[in-house]
Design a protein around this ligand. Structure first.
Ligand code: K7E
Ligand code: CUA
Ligand code: CA
Length: 611
């Protein structure tokens, strides 16, 4: 076995990122930087081995062969544009759900003429930057229906159906740039809210910084069309909602309305914005909005009733998290070593919003995100310290100096952290995932682009226990969990034949116009319904194929050599693609999913007669 310490890069390699991230800061920044360098140096010298009882810890993540994990973990794939699904506690990688990127294996968006391709083409293209996965809720608990995810790069949001694990909707959000924070309005998903992190002219016209605004969009959870939008001062970073459907919160790090990093860190304070959703709905009823880009846009400065509260927090905050009881919303300090705890019930009751802040515990350097175990504890990720810190909320609010419960080192530079079911009203308090931005020396080197690292931490006891570490494609950004027992009953294993299915024995070719043919094709082990079909060069061909298998795990594919055609068909599924047969000759079509001993023989010919 390799002793991986021998392969550790010099400490300098790890420092660079922290230095970059915190470059350009003055005074407090410089102090942070000095501390950061010290801490990062300490981290690189630290052994990555969890504990002396490593064997016991590993055993607690072991799931016997053939048995299932207790949790699904849905990780956003960052600039991979996808969602990754892992089983926990084993850390088994189960599935990639393609969202904003084509994926050949599933025949997803990899050719014009398919629904997924046309949807991506129409909304911004074939790449995305996914940050925040969120799950649908009923009564404050996950109902296993949908997962939504943002695309920061192209102002989009997508909806995945959890019965099939497929992306079924993608929309560009009007008037909004840089879709970042996403949340459902608890407890019943009355809206999906999406933040525009980038400020811009609304609507987008000539570059004119004077008029820049940012927006929080309140979307219909199914269609993803905005029901209304609210203008915000500064920008909108991360969001969350209260548990009673009334409040939407977002951190704002650019109240300066700066255009450069220096300008964005000038003020000592930024804010958590609280939007009173019910007041916004009343403003809509009174007609207090402007119609922009087909959307009702509310300017909180133009409404008769107050609907926007700005609660001051230390400069440039990041994470925005509501605790499971719905009592507090917390802003993680990022540049400040604190978490600001705001009592939600006070927001519209106090004379100055500042008085709603009930605690500001110091937790460590670079606090980014906070999560919860449902037993009164919060867990904050410390990017600079490379730690998860556990602290007691009630003690911090009561001013008890003993509020820190425990700290655990992670490897390295953690961004998001999330505990099991922490976004619901009933967290299970079992595990926590630390989504680390750097893996450095943790895995076999694979060239200069390293995998990212996720670490599983047992939070069921008083002390945290680091259980295991497993890599992921860039960049596991945030995660949400579902209990396996809650999701399994929703998952479809074979599709029912739909009304558009090609029935067994009904494979055929129909000429519907001088240049237009429809081809209907079934697939079942180990043959297609047509062993060949003939079209004329220049024909527009609409190929509809149905996998008529009725047992699970018997997918087929249909790829056409040199024609760029590739569809994947799950049992019972029907898919359609339209293309122009512009090249004459013989083109074999064949099955791409290994299905039987005669899988290789599962093929046929498309004959394109020259005009
Ligand atoms: Cu913290 Cu995009 Cu969730 Cu990055 S944001 S960490
Ligand atoms: Cu069908 Cu391989
Ligand atoms: Ca700022």
């Amino acid at each position: 076995m390799f002793d991986h310490d021998d392969y550790t890069r010099p400490a300098d390699a790890g420092d660079r990122w922290s230095r970059m991230a915190f470059a350009g800061l003055s005074r407090s920044g410089a102090m942070l930087l000095a501390l950061a360098a010290l801490v990062v140096f300490a981290v690189t010298c630290r052994s990555a081995t969890p504990d002396d009882d490593a064997g016991d810890l590993a055993a607690s993540t072991y799931v016997p062969v053939g048995e299932w994990d207790a949790y699904y973990a849905f990780l956003s794939g960052g600039q991979s544009g996808s969602v990754f699904v892992y089983g926990l506690p084993s850390g088994r990688f189960i599935r990639q759900i393609p969202v904003f990127e084509p994926r050949a294996a599933y025949g997803y968006a990899n050719m014009p003429g398919t629904e997924a391709y046309e949807r991506l083409a129409a909304t911004g293209g074939f790449w995305g930057d996914t940050h925040h996965p969120i799950l649908s809720e009923t009564g404050g608990d996950y109902d296993g229906r949908f997962l939504w995810i943002n695309d920061k790069a192209n102002g989009r949001i997508a909806r995945i159906e959890l019965d099939t694990f497929e992306t079924v909707e993608v929309k560009r959000i009007p008037n909004l740039y840089g879709t970042h924070g996403v949340a459902v309005v608890s407890p019943d998903t009355s809206y999906v809210i999406a933040n525009g992190e980038f400020e811009g002219e609304i609507p987008r016209r000539d570059p004119e910084p004077e008029g820049y605004r940012s927006i929080m969009a309140f979307l219909d959870p199914i269609s993803l069309d905005p029901r209304f939008e609210v203008l915000l001062p500064g920008n909108a970073d991360i969001n969350d909602t209260s548990k009673d459907g009334r409040w939407a919160f977002t951190t704002i790090y650019n109240l300066e309305r700066g255009l450069t990093v220096e300008e964005m860190i000038q003020r000592d304070e930024d804010a958590i914005a609280a939007i009173d959703i019910h007041a916004a709905e009343r403003a809509l009823e009174r007609g207090e909005y402007a119609e922009i880009g087909g959307v009702r846009v509310i300017d909180p400065e133009q409404t008769t009733e107050k609907l926007l509260y700005l609660i001051p927090v230390p400069k440039n905050p990041h994470g925005c998290d509501v605790d499971p009881t719905g009592t507090y919303v917390m802003g993680s300090g990022k540049l400040s070593p604190t978490v600001t705890v705001i009592e939600i019930a006070k927001i519209d009751q106090v004379e100055s919003p500042r008085l709603a802040v009930v605690a500001e515990p110091e937790v460590g350097l670079g606090p980014l995100h906070t999560t919860f175990d449902g037993r009164g504890n919060a867990y904050t990720s410390l990017f600079v310290d490379s730690q998860i810190v556990k602290w007691n909320i009630a003690k911090a609010v009561a001013g008890d100096p003993e509020y820190i419960v425990d700290r655990v080192d992670v490897h390295y530079n953690v961004g998001h952290t999330q505990a099991t079911l922490a976004e619901t009203m009933h967290p299970t308090g079992e595990y926590l995932l630390s989504l680390n931005k750097l893996s450095k020396d943790m895995f076999l080197p694979v060239g200069p682009t390293m995998p990212e690292n996720q670490e599983l931490i047992d939070i069921s006891g008083e002390r945290m226990r680091l259980l295991s570490s497993f890599p992921s494609e860039p960049e596991p950004h945030d995660v949400v969990f579902m209990r396996a027992e809650d999701l399994i009953p929703h998952v479809i294993q074979t599709e029912e034949l739909g009304p558009d299915a090609v029935a067994d024995g009904e494979s055929r070719i129909e000429r519907v116009g001088p240049d237009e043919v429809h081809v209907y094709m079934t697939a079942i082990r180990s043959k297609y319904g047509l062993s060949s079909f003939t079209v004329k060069q220049g024909d527009r061909v609409t190929l509809r194929a149905t996998n008529v298998e009725t047992i699970r795990d018997m997918s087929h594919g249909l790829a056409i050599d040199s024609y760029g055609i590739n569809i994947a068909l799950d049992p019972g599924q029907t898919r359609e693609v339209t293309f122009v047969a512009d090249k004459p000759g013989t083109y074999w079509y064949y099955c791409t999913w290994f299905c039987s001993a005669l899988h290789l023989e599962m093929r046929g010919r498309m004959l394109v007669e020259p005009r």
